[in-house]
Structures are given as C-alpha cells and as structure tokens.
Design a protein. Structure first.
Length: 216
C-alpha cells in the first residue's frame, strides 16, 4: 500500500471521529468532525507528510504527564517532540513554550498539515501544543485521563485560547532517524519570524536535556 493511499485511509477515518469536549469547556460546541474534510481529501493528501501520518498512528495513546513515548504515554509537548524525531529526525525542545520560541511564526491563515498550533490552557501563553492536520483540525495529547486524538480548532474552547501557529523549517529534505543523526532545534525566545533548523545530519548540535515537570 502506498503512502498516499495510507494517508487517504487515515484522513478519511478522521471524519468518523466525534468532536471531544475540551477540559473546563462547559459551553463547548458539540460538533461532529467537519463534513468538509471528506470533500477536501485530495488537497489534504497533497500536503500530508510523514509527520502527519506518524502522528495519526499514535491516536489512542494515553496521556501521561512527562511522557515521551507511545509505550509510556505522551504529554502534549512530548507527543510533538516524539513525532518530529520519529518522522523527520528533528529534535525540538522539550516544553511547549520552548517549541514555540524555536520555530517560525506564521499567520493562522497560512496553516498547513504538519505545522504547530499553540494554546493557553494553564493561564500562560504557549502552555499547550498540537500538530495541525488540515481542515481546521489538530492532533494532540489533551490532558490526564484522555488519549491522543483529533479535535477541531473551531470550537469555542480552542478559539478562545489560541496563541498562534508555528512552522518548523528545514534547510534540506527531512532525514530518517535510522539513516542519519537527528537535527536539533534549540533557540532562545522570543519566537523569531523566520528560523531554520540548527545543526546538520553530519554535525548535529548538542541535545538539550528534557526539562522535568509539567509539559502540556
């Protein structure tokens, strides 16, 4: 089965997923998966990357604070970090706010599958992160007691808490973690408007040790 066919099957399955209520979302809209996703499947597939397909493969993995693997569970930033490392050989910083600071700021209208979306869920900016999958939806590890899932950014809860979008830019084509050393992204805040990956496949930069504590 080709990757294009696999992506079509994965994205088509998303249309059957119900919209999940967000934490503390007493007045959240109870919406089903957008009907437009199926009609735009061709466009979504054209942008579907190995990253998005890898992330979709983690659907259902339990949330775990501090978690960074499918075996132990993920928190939000641990999930994003693991997906980029597995799919593209890129190592992002550990915490959500650090990931925002290390990547390129883009307008919400420019979002493409594989971009990062950030939210204020803990009364501080960039305290939650997910991966945009297209059609106004993103995949993320939500909270304790939940699992990795796809949700719409258009429900009231996420609209009110949206902090912005970021893009990870590479100087060259992504590489497999099995064939080359991972490239490290480790930049200081504030988030730049343009940023490219530090290091290279032949001379990777030093890896920053993951931060401890809450990373959602």
């Amino acid at each position: 089965m080709s990757r294009r066919t696999l992506a079509a099957l994965i994205l088509a399955a998303v249309t059957a997923l119900p919209a999940h209520a967000a934490p503390e979302q007493a007045d959240a809209d109870k919406t089903a998966a957008p009907k437009g996703l199926a009609s735009r499947i061709g466009e979504s597939i054209s942008h579907a990357t190995e990253l998005v397909m890898t992330a979709m493969g983690a659907l259902g993995v339990p949330y775990r604070l501090g978690g960074t693997t499918a075996e132990t569970g993920f928190d939000c930033s641990g999930f994003v970090r693991a997906m980029f490392q597995q799919a593209a050989g890129m190592i992002l910083p550990r915490r959500a706010e650090e990931q925002a600071a290390a990547t390129a700021k883009i307008d919400q209208k420019e979002l493409q599958p594989g971009d990062l979306v950030f939210f204020n869920t803990l009364r501080r900016s960039y305290s939650h992160v997910g991966i945009y999958v297209g059609d106004g939806k993103f995949i993320h590890a939500p909270r304790t007691g939940a699992q990795v899932r796809v949700e719409s950014m258009n429900v009231n809860y996420w609209q009110r808490r949206f902090n912005g979008a970021r893009r990870v830019l590479a100087d060259e084509e992504p590489v497999s973690t099995a064939s080359a050393a991972p490239r490290v992204i480790d930049r200081e805040s504030p988030a730049p408007t343009t940023v490219r990956l530090g290091g290279s496949a032949s001379k990777p930069a030093a890896v920053t040790q993951p931060a401890s504590g809450e990373n959602i």
